[in-house]
Design a protein around this ligand. Structure first.
Ligand code: CIR
Length: 255
């Protein structure tokens, strides 16, 4: 969770048509843009140098740069998103990554993997199988991770949850913030677990960046709990991006 650099992408006007599992109405472009601007500012305050890429009108979900690639200080991996409308986002971000990293690997064929299903912890890189990440994609990713000197491990995303990281985030080197439904599976048995209060499940997609934990502002009980545990919480609005199933990790690639 110590990062010096990040890549984000401006939301396109088409972001209002972003993918979603349940339709709770379209987000507004202005609302998404305001949430994105505040996110970039918070990243910079946390000490991260942020590269802002231009909007891509043809890709409504391209603001969520976390999904088409995976980055580490030692190199980047170009992924193959599991949603048809998002597959070509990889080619759009590839040139930037080739400029910024010496080593850029491609996810081997076949299979799909979304960055939202990948949780980097000090012990391993956890890859959640989901509707977007299949077994072949996860296995290909483990091979790519090995080339970067990293150990990958396949885990399961709870039924009906978009991404593995929709339900969890790393709070520090030994502590995991998780929904109860995910923790129940035992995946975090090697970590200290901090469980999300009932009804605030989307708050699990928090983001530890250097000395702060960014948390969705709509989740007061989670904020209070983390505050009491001694974390320095930065509350950020995620109401609009939440309508298209996104949270705080989705909007950046960090290393
Ligand atoms: C999608 O369904 O792909 C987008 N509407 C939301 C992606 C969220 N990304 C993430 O959790 N990493």
């Amino acid at each position: 969770y110590e990062f010096t650099a990040a890549i984000v992408r401006e939301p396109a006007r088409s972001v209002v048509n972003g993918l979603r599992a349940d339709d709770r109405g379209n987000p507004t472009h202005d609302g998404v843009k305001a949430e994105h601007t505040a996110y970039i500012a918070a990243m910079r305050v946390a000490g991260v140098e942020v590269t802002v890429l231009p909007a891509l009108e043809n890709f409504p979900d391209s603001i969520f740069v976390e999904d088409p690639a995976l980055v580490f200080p030692e190199g980047a991996i170009l992924l193959r998103p599991g949603a048809e409308t998002r597959v070509r986002e990889t080619a759009e971000i590839a040139p930037t990554l080739r400029d910024m990293f010496v080593t850029v690997l491609d996810l081997p064929s076949p299979g799909f993997a979304d960055g939202g299903d990948v949780l980097t912890t000090p012990r391993s890189v956890m890859i959640g199988l989901s509707a977007r990440t299949d077994r072949a994609g996860a296995e290909g990713l483990i091979a790519s991770l090995a080339r970067l000197g990293r150990k990958g491990e396949v885990v399961q995303t709870p039924e009906g949850v978009l991404h593995f990281k929709s339900d969890c985030s790393l709070l520090d080197s030994e502590t995991m913030l998780s929904t109860k439904r995910l923790a129940r599976s035992g995946v975090f048995k090697d970590f200290r677990e901090v469980l999300i209060p009932e009804g605030e499940e989307p708050a699990a997609n928090a983001l530890r960046v250097n000395d702060v934990v960014m948390v969705g502002a709509d989740y007061p009980r989670t904020i209070e709990m983390l505050d009491k545990l001694g974390y320095k919480v930065v509350a950020l609005k995620t109401t609009e991006i939440g309508k298209i199933d996104a949270g705080l990790s989705c909007m950046s690639l960090r290393w």
